[in-house]
Design a protein around this ligand. Sequence first.
Ligand code: SF4
Length: 315
Amino acid sequence: MIASRPPLQVLIAAPRGFCAGVDRAIRIVELALERFGAPVYVRHEIVHNRFVVDRLKTMGAIFVDELDDVPDDRPVVFSAHGVPKSVPAAATERGLSFVDATCPLVSKVHRQAERLIEEGRHILFIGHAGHPEVIGTLGQVPAGSITLVETVEDAGRVPVPDPENLAFLTQTTLSVDDTAAIVDALRIRFPAIRAPRSEDICYATSNRQAAVKEIAGSVERMLVIGSPQSSNSLRLAEVAERLGVSARLIERASAIDWECMGTPRSVGVTAGASAPEQLVREVIDALAERFEVTETVADHTPERMTFKLPRELVA
Ligand code: SF4
């Protein structure tokens, strides 16, 4: 006799998964492979997702850490996170052909940083040290003209050259709530600090965090599909945990810890902006092998953001 499976409500967050910047970056590598033939080199993971990277590798992309690893006669794509100015400059000097897959919303922050420096302001940049996007943004302006602020404590003690001549910018994939607390601390300490004209945390990051908040009250566990390197995925797990839901960041179904999972009556599922929908399906199918699953997709307003592809690849 087959033992009956315990019932499980699976609540799927929406929106989740790929954002317009990730879609565009992946398409850029695909188009570069069509246009130039394999191999096409990609500096750093095009987006933080092993599944995406492995698929592009099978198509002929070669992922490298540094420009020095790219041969002179092959094109190179820069990742969606953006690069310091020194990288395209070095590529130009070597005569390499390159395509920049930096998300336009990251590029927008880069341009803001340049403008603020032209105005003579010192920038306090809210972000996580070592993340490629942060390295890229810090590398848009001269060393010493921008200071990284990671926490509320940093905001309270960061030394600044002139408190009357400051501005702040942020990484695009931060926690909306943590960033608001850091900005509040900066504003108390530096009332004259200039804020960005519009929010730097991108639409995809804030929408996915809001979607997790929406379902967190209705589930006992949350599975967040994404890479441990993916800033926006890590933030989704944090958001759920802060709302009292036991959350796990997993790369794909095979990473589910069934012992930890236990026998909940409800599980929320979401995915970071670099995780393909295929992995969401895989996780739900894995749940369905052990539970009698009832699936519900949360109500949401569809995202309609799209970004243009670089002209050199579509002309
Ligand atoms: S998460 Fe936001 S900033 Fe990052 S690629 Fe997607 S849209 Fe662009």
